[in-house]
Design a protein around this ligand. Structure first.
Ligand SMILES: Nc1ncnc2c1ncn2[C@@H]1O[C@H](COP(=O)(O)OP(=O)(O)OP(=O)(O)O)[C@@H](O)[C@H]1O
Length: 625
């Protein structure tokens, strides 16, 4: 649907579609139109000019009606052009898929054969094939299809090589599927858009090439007309009766232009590698549902999330990744968000700055207030100004955020100059200061390092330096230490802790790890299935978890020096967020759940400085024992 909308937005492509639609419609209708027979000669009426009585486009050198020959000729040229494109695409794609999928020697042998075909000049090869097969329209079709097969084979082979080693193909192999089935069910659906794109951009050429062969007398044979043979026959009268050439010439021009404009539009709409590609490329900011109900702002917090709801709409399924999250963080405060994988922590964090990929992500409700301003639905320009400058992110894998081909110093300078102009020298000085601030030894030399020259811990420090580059007010750190060993993790945590104390930074810290929460966070919010189930001061929650989920999660954590004790895994799995159970989402895994837990909405009740979403919480006595 989105691809169609994108195609319709491209005016030239839309024009091409309309013209092509009209030409194809008329070509299909030709047998039913009240036209003179196209091949009946009338030598007494040779070379009648256009707009003559009974011959609106005039007649040719044998007195045949040009309009009738044009319509029948167009029909034939289109049929041959499209048939050639279809044949070339089918055979070329099959060759490309086999070569790309099997690789190794198969690939080598096939592709060298294709290379040999490509080494011949295009039209010469077509001429050689027709010369070998003999003149005739079908033979011209075969020749045009044959010379285009290598183009499809190369294109599709390249795409297939990329897909053949993707995880879903490996999974299909592991499940015991045959190669033919994997090719048909896993590879083919993924290469079809590329085949369509290649066809749409080449069918115009194929019509031209067929017309070229007919022009030379090797395609359509007299008296049958196609556009090329009409041009060829008109050649002798080009000066004396130009209309006989202009009529088929203009039709070829119109058809090829329309097809090429349409083809370009289709490529822009379908090709994810292009700037306007609709399949993969997300919008610059997360979509916001028009029905969203904004929320009121809290007084003292710098960042407040209020009843934030973010969903993913994939085909007809709705994934409620964040189902009404309310949080706030003050300057100098660190708020931890903890929960199992898939509980919605990252989507909550990314929603703050509209970074959830849309489609399929969409914010359907609630607000994110930053210093009083609702960021949900804020214009993209505004979000861009705030991203990095006011609210910065640190991600789990710095390798994925740092560009491997640029020096870290240049990347830091780029992060700063995105928001304010800076000379190269100033930028370099600032980059060294930043690396110093995150305690990278010998910063003035390491500023010239490439990311791969640094260790994981150092790269993560660069990630933090990048987040600090514009002195933001809030840092959202999404599991920044998960990939690091415990000593480096401790250093990074103490660095973040110092930074918030020195600079008054507000930190939202996402983690799986209660140990990390205990070390760094003032308050903690526990998430389950897209909602907060318990929230409060870290110490209070660590000392006495009240929600059964929090308690079970903490019981999974081994204690250093805690002696031998049984680690209780939580039975079952978190629910799929596109099929959440009614009532408490944790009820199916909870040994305290009763029937009432499984019906209706369970509110997040405030008790003092803690909030709890549970009908049968762990009592204080149970919690501390
Ligand atoms: N593009 C998407 N389409 C559909 N569902 C998605 C998409 N991205 C995320 N989700 C779903 O949203 C939910 C929340 O994901 P999220 O990444 O926020 O979890 P998380 O708690 O951060 O997990 P982790 O600790 O593994 O990063 C998950 O159930 C996930 O399956």
């Amino acid at each position: 649907m989105r691809s169609l909308a994108l195609l319709a937005r491209n005016r030239l492509a839309l024009g091409g579609l309309i013209v092509m639609g009209l030409v194809v419609f008329l070509a299909l209708l030709t047998p039913a139109l009240p036209l003179k027979p196209p091949n009946i000669t009338d030598t007494s009426n040779r070379f009648l000019p256009p707009f003559s009585q009974g011959a609106i486009l005039g007649t040719d050198h044998l007195g045949r009606d040009l309009l009738s020959r044009l319509m029948w000729g167009t029909r034939l040229s289109l049929a041959v052009g499209f048939a050639a494109a279809l044949i070339a695409a089918t055979i070329g794609a099959a060759i490309g898929i086999v070569a790309g999928y099997y690789g190794g020697r198969t690939d080598n042998v096939i592709m060298r054969g294709v290379d040999m075909l490509m080494a011949f000049p295009y039209i010469l090869l077509a001429l050689a094939i027709v010369a070998a097969l003999g003149p005739g329209l079908i033979n011209a079709l075969v020749a045009v299809a044959a010379v285009n097969i290598p183009f499809f084979a190369r294109n599709i082979r390249g795409i297939t090589v990329g897909i053949a080693h993707k995880e879903f193909v490996d999974a299909a192999r592991l499940s015991g599927m045959s190669d033919a089935r994997i090719i048909l069910t896993e590879i083919l659906p993924n290469v079809i858009p590329v085949i369509v794109i290649a066809m749409s951009t080449t069918v115009g050429w194929m019509i031209l090439e067929t017309a070229g062969l007919s022009f030379l007398g090797l395609g359509s044979q007299p008296p049958v007309a196609d556009l090329g043979s009409m041009l060829g026959e008109a050649r002798a009268a080009l000066i004396t009766n130009p209309h006989t050439s202009i009529v088929p010439g203009l039709m070829i021009l119109v058809i090829v232009m329309a097809i090429n404009l349409l083809g370009d539009g289709i490529r822009d709409a379908l090709d994810p590698r292009l700037k306007s590609g609709a399949l993969n490329r997300p919008l610059p900011a997360t979509l916001v549902a028009p029905s969203r109900q904004p929320a009121a702002q809290h007084a003292d917090a710098i960042l407040t999330l209020d009843n934030l709801q973010t969903q993913f709409h994939v085909k007809d399924r709705v994934y409620r990744a964040v189902g009404g999250v309310s949080l706030s963080v003050k300057p100098g405060e660190c708020l931890g968000i903890i929960g199992e994988s898939g509980s919605g922590k990252s989507v909550t964090a990314l929603s703050v700055m509209g970074l959830v990929a849309s489609p399929p992500g969409i914010i359907t409700g609630g607000s994110v207030h930053y210093q009083g301003e609702d960021l949900v639905g804020a214009p993209y320009r505004r979000l861009r100004t705030l991203r990095g400058r006011e609210v910065a992110y640190i991600f789990q894998d710095p390798q994925a955020t740092l560009h491997p081909l640029y020096r870290v110093g240049d990347q830091l300078i780029e992060a700063i100059t995105a928001h304010r102009p800076l000379s190269r020298d100033e930028g370099r000085r600032k980059a060294i200061d930043l690396l110093d601030a995150v305690r990278i030894p010998n910063a003035s030399a390491r500023v010239n390092d490439y990311p791969h020259e640094m260790s994981g811990g150092m790269r993560q420090r660069v990630g933090i330096a990048m987040a600090l580059a514009n002195d933001p007010e809030v840092i959202i750190a999404d599991e920044p230490t998960t990939a690091l060993d415990v000593t480096v993790q401790a250093q990074i945590l103490s660095l973040l802790d110092d930074l918030r104390r020195e600079r008054g930074l507000a930190i939202v810290f996402i983690t799986h790890d209660f140990g990390v929460v205990g070390q760094l966070c003032d308050r903690v919010a526990v998430m389950y299935a897209g909602r907060i189930v318990e929230q409060g001061p870290t110490r209070a929650i660590l000392d006495a978890p009240r929600h059964p989920y929090t308690a079970r999660l903490m019981a999974c954590v081994p204690e250093l020096g805690g002696g031998k004790r049984r680690l209780d895994a939580i039975p079952g799995l978190p629910p799929a967020v596109d099929d959440l159970p009614p009532g408490c989402a944790f009820a199916p895994r909870c040994d305290r759940a009763t029937e009432t837990c499984r019906t209706g909405e369970i509110p997040l009740d405030k008790v003092g400085d803690r909030a709890l979403r549970c009908l049968h919480p762990v009592t204080m006595t149970e919690a501390v024992s």
